[in-house]
Design a protein around this ligand. Structure first.
Ligand code: AVJ
Length: 322
């Protein structure tokens, strides 16, 4: 049954939804959150009072921009490559500083969303016309392949902000870091923001905000399946359920079926049964501490050169070298 079906998948989305919902326990990856509506909802999340991550990293970069600039600037000039740039809100603090000091650099924001990149480029061209910006649309995977084949002697600084790698398990994160490390040469840097272990109440409320935006973000996955794969999920019959395990530092989000129900996914030629209180696992948001980060970087062949935290130690930006 499953093998017959597999030959018919037209997209990775179709295949992953099929496999995730026919396995036990059910799961669908958070990487599918980000359609147009999902991008909007995530931007709203970043404005939420409970979602401390953005404000903390903004504070860190603003407080330490002088030292960060110095680290980046050692050598003649550098190419700043940002993976998952989004709206660039935090990066703009550095861009402003580099521009005002006449620093020799280029900026390559990379994002899966062409929409976000267009907006970012317009905003930067308007505010700092002197900045050499070359956006690139693509997944981390495509982009890292290109970076490996770069033919220039310029120093490269790779930036991954917002605890974006928190959606990866530790083995996946090591893999990702190894792939980054392979593109780096001596003198190149990796600047990466990682959310820290903290009071579990603070973590949990970041994923369970009072306005229900995170709930809508999680449930948007079902809406996306409804739209793109012609299914009939009733999102009112699912409950947004985030949990946080302070031992592992893993926040997980689920959608829990509140009753027995059957869902039909036409494009997959599939009927899915849910028993009451059965879950779909949709996301992990890993929290870190220095020990975990030291272990990850050792596994990946990287070395921590510097680190900066906000005043409450909720979030840390690490600078790695090869
Ligand atoms: C973009 C992966 C960092 O896990 O905190 C926000 C995504 N999910 N609220 C995170 C997210 C629910 C976010 N990252």
């Amino acid at each position: 049954m499953k093998t017959e079906q597999q030959t018919q998948f037209k997209t990775a989305f179709e295949q992953e939804v099929y496999e995730g919902l026919t396995t036990f326990p059910k799961k669908v990856s958070s990487k599918w959150f980000y359609d147009k509506k999902g991008d909007k909802l995530f931007q709203q999340i970043m404005e939420l009072p409970e979602y401390y991550l953005t404000g903390c990293e903004y504070e860190i970069i603003d407080t330490h921009k002088q030292e960060i600039t110095k680290l980046f600037q050692e050598q003649a000039g550098f190419d700043l490559i940002e993976l998952g740039a989004g709206d660039g809100k935090k990066t703009k603090i550095l861009l402003e500083k580099f521009a005002s000091e006449g620093i020799n650099f280029t900026y390559k924001p990379i994002d899966i969303s062409q929409n976000m990149l267009d907006e970012l480029k317009n905003a930067i061209n308007h505010k700092w016309p002197q900045i050499d910006i070359k956006p690139e649309q693509g997944s981390y995977f495509d982009v890292l392949k290109d970076l490996g084949n770069r033919d220039t002697d310029r120093k490269m600084v790779i930036m991954v902000l917002g605890s974006n790698i928190g959606n990866l398990t530790h083995p996946q994160a090591v893999d990702f870091l190894v792939n980054i490390r392979k593109t780096m040469r001596s003198g190149d840097l990796l600047f990466m923001g990682l959310d820290q272990k903290k009071n579990p109440e603070l973590v949990l409320s970041a994923y369970n905000d009072s306005q229900g935006i995170t709930e809508a973000f999680n449930k948007n996955l079902l809406h996306r399946i409804n739209e793109e794969l012609e299914s009939d999920f009733d999102t009112n019959q699912f409950k947004h359920w985030p949990v946080y395990d302070p031992e592992t530092g893993t926040a997980k989000s689920f959608l829990v079926s509140t009753q027995d129900q059957k869902v039909t996914i036409k494009k997959l030629n599939l009927e899915i049964n849910f028993t009451a209180w059965e879950s779909i696992h949709t996301e992990i948001s890993q929290k870190y501490d220095d020990n975990i980060v030291e272990w990850l970087s050792k596994e990946a062949g990287l070395e921590i050169l510097a680190q900066y935290s906000d005043k409450h130690n909720r979030f840390t930006d690490y600078v790695f070298k090869v």
